[in-house]
Design a protein around this ligand. Structure first.
Ligand SMILES: C[C@@]1(CC(=O)O)C2=NC(=C\c3[nH]c(c(CCC(=O)O)c3CC(=O)O)Cc3[nH]c(c(CC(=O)O)c3CCC(=O)O)/C=C3\N/C(=C\2)[C@@H](CCC(=O)O)[C@]3(C)CC(=O)O)/[C@H]1CCC(=O)O
Ligand SMILES: NC(=O)c1ccc[n+]([C@@H]2O[C@H](COP(=O)([O-])OP(=O)(O)OC[C@H]3O[C@@H](n4cnc5c(N)ncnc54)[C@H](O)[C@@H]3O)[C@@H](O)[C@H]2O)c1
Length: 212
C-alpha cells in the first residue's frame, strides 16, 4: 500500500485539466470550485450540473475528445473518463512535472483526493489511502455533523485574535499563554449563540494581560 503525503496545495491561477465530464468529474469540480484554479474540462459531453458553470465562465469546457496537447499548462491532471484506454493515454501524455490522478486506477495515481469538509478556513480531510472511498465519505458526514457551520466564524475569530495577540506580545511565555487561553471552549459556545460581545470582551481581557 502507498503511504501518501497529505498537503494543501495553493491552486490559485493555476490550471487543472479534467479529462471526462461525467459524474466523477463533477465531484472533482465541486471540490476545486472554492479555489481560484483555472478548471478546464476536456470532454465531448458535459454533465448537466456542470453546464451552468461553463456558461458562466467558472469552468472552461473544451467540447472534444482528449488529445495530448490538452494537457499543456496543467499542473494537476485528473483522468476521469469511463474509457480505460483514454485514461491510460492521459497518463502516458503527462510530463514528468505534472501530477496525474487516475480516478479509475488508484495504484496508477500521483495523487488521490480526500473527502473534504470545508468551514471557511477550517478544512477537514479524510482518506483511506484508496482502501475504501465509501468509508471516507461516511466519516466525512460524521465530521460535518460534529464540526458544524459555526466553525467558519469561530476559526476566523481565532485568526484575528491570534494576530492581535501576536502584535501585542513578543514571542515568549506570555504570548503562548494568551494563545492557549484563546482555545477556551466558551468562545465556540458564544460564537454558536451569537454572543459576539462576550468573546470580544474575553479577547480584550487577554490583551490587557488578565485571565491567563
Ligand atoms: C473521497 C472521494 C473524494 C472525491 O471523489 O473527490 C473519493 N471517492 C469518493 C467516493 C466514491 N468513490 C467510489 C465510490 C463507490 C463505492 C466504492 O467503490 O467504494 C464512492 C462512494 C460514493 O460515491 O458514495 C468508487 C471508486 N473510487 C475510486 C475507484 C478506483 C479505484 O479504487 O482504483 C473507485 C471504483 C470505481 C469503479 O469500480 O469503477 C478511487 C478513488 N476515490 C477517491 C476519492 C480516491 C481515494 C480516497 C480515499 O479513500 O482516500 C481515489 C483512489 C482516487 C480519486 O478519485 O482521487 C469521494 C467521496 C465524495 C465525498 O466527499 O462525499
Ligand atoms: N474516483 C472515484 O471516486 C470514482 C467513483 C466512481 C467511478 N470511478 C471511475 O471513474 C470513471 C468515470 O466515471 P463516471 O461515473 O464519471 O462516468 P460517466 O460516464 O458519468 O462520465 C464519463 C465521461 O467521460 C467522457 N469521455 C469519454 N470518452 C472521452 C474521450 N475520448 N475524451 C474525453 N472525454 C471522454 C464522457 O463524455 C463522459 O463525460 C469510471 O471509469 C469509474 O471507474 C471513480
Amino acid at each position: 500500500m502507498t503511504n501518501y503525503f497529505p498537503i494543501h496545495i495553493n491552486l490559485d491561477y493555476k490550471t487543472v485539466v479534467i479529462v471526462g465530464g461525467g459524474h466523477v468529474a463533477t465531484q472533482k469540480v465541486t471540490s476545486l470550485l472554492p479555489t481560484k484554479a483555472h478548471i478546464v474540462i476536456v470532454s465531448p459531453i458535459l454533465h448537466d450540473t456542470l453546464q451552468p458553470l461553463a456558461d458562466s465562465g467558472q469552468i472552461t469546457w473544451q467540447q472534444k475528445e482528449f488529445e495530448p496537447s490538452d494537457l499543456d499548462d496543467a499542473i494537476l491532471i485528473i483522468a476521469a473518463t469511463n474509457v480505460t484506454a483514454v485514461n491510460e493515454a492521459v497518463q502516458e501524455a503527462a510530463q514528468h512535472w505534472q501530477l496525474v490522478n487516475r480516478t479509475d486506477a488508484q495504484n496508477e495515481s500521483d495523487f488521490i483526493t480526500p473527502a473534504t469538509v470545508r468551514r471557511g478556513p477550517f478544512v477537514l480531510t479524510v482518506s483511506t489511502s484508496g482502501a475504501s472511498p465509501g468509508l471516507a465519505r461516511k466519516v466525512k458526514a460524521e465530521l460535518a455533523e460534529q464540526f458544524d457551520e459555526a466553525y467558519d466564524d469561530y476559526v476566523c475569530f481565532l485568526q484575528q485574535a491570534r494576530l492581535m495577540i501576536a502584535a501585542k506580545y513578543e514571542k515568549g511565555p506570555q504570548r503562548r499563554a494568551a494563545l492557549q487561553a484563546l482555545l477556551e471552549p466558551s468562545i465556540l459556545e458564544w460564537t454558536r449563540n451569537g454572543e459576539t460581545q462576550k468573546r470580544e470582551a474575553y479577547l480584550q481581557q487577554l490583551l490587557i494581560g488578565e485571565q491567563q
